[in-house]
Design a protein around this ligand. Sequence first.
Ligand SMILES: Nc1nc2c(c(=O)[nH]1)N[C@H]1C(S)=C(S)[C@@H](COP(=O)(O)O)O[C@H]1N2
Ligand SMILES: [Mo]
Length: 177
Amino acid sequence: MKKIIALTLLVGALSASPVLAPQLSQAQAQTSGPTTRFSVGGLVSNTLVLTADRLKAYPPSTINVQYFAGGAPTSHTFKGALLWDILQAAGIVTDPSVSNGVLRRVVVVIGSDNYQAVFGAGELSPRFGGNQVIIAYEQDGQPLGDDGFAKLVSPVDIAGGRFVSNISSIIVRDSSR
Ligand SMILES: Nc1nc2c(c(=O)[nH]1)N[C@H]1C(S)=C(S)[C@@H](COP(=O)(O)O)O[C@H]1N2
Ligand SMILES: [Mo]
């Protein structure tokens, strides 16, 4: 009985911590419209819940991107945090007995409208693909407005299809499951 109480207290303490907050449940996750927070979960050692303030605490990157949106050439300057830095903070769980285990990890980015795009962790890793994907919170010096507080921007992409706006969760998965 004492053990159960101790475990309950431990779980309670971890839930209250800003770093080890639980992944947003379906009930808590925003299901449409502009978001104010998103979770980073799945195969990570620390599930994160990121708000605008927490996102701005990461070293900022500013990038100019040109891409096609609905067929029209588009150009914007975005400021945000590197997705790789966020994944490092969460800690992608890999199998140390597997060669280059990180290359088997898939990063699923989901919007509040359930729009989804995936990235291989190897595309994002500075040791492999080095695609400097950012989770932007500013476009041309302004907040994102209807695009929520966080929008993914992939500077190497030709079209904006993977630029998921209104991010509600990011989930790390294994390639085979
Ligand atoms: N959540 C969400 N993000 C999305 C979409 C969407 O339908 N839902 N459409 C994508 C498509 S098809 C494009 S072209 C870009 C448009 O980005 P823009 O607002 O920067 O032009 O957003 C992408 N991100
Ligand atoms: Mo698009």
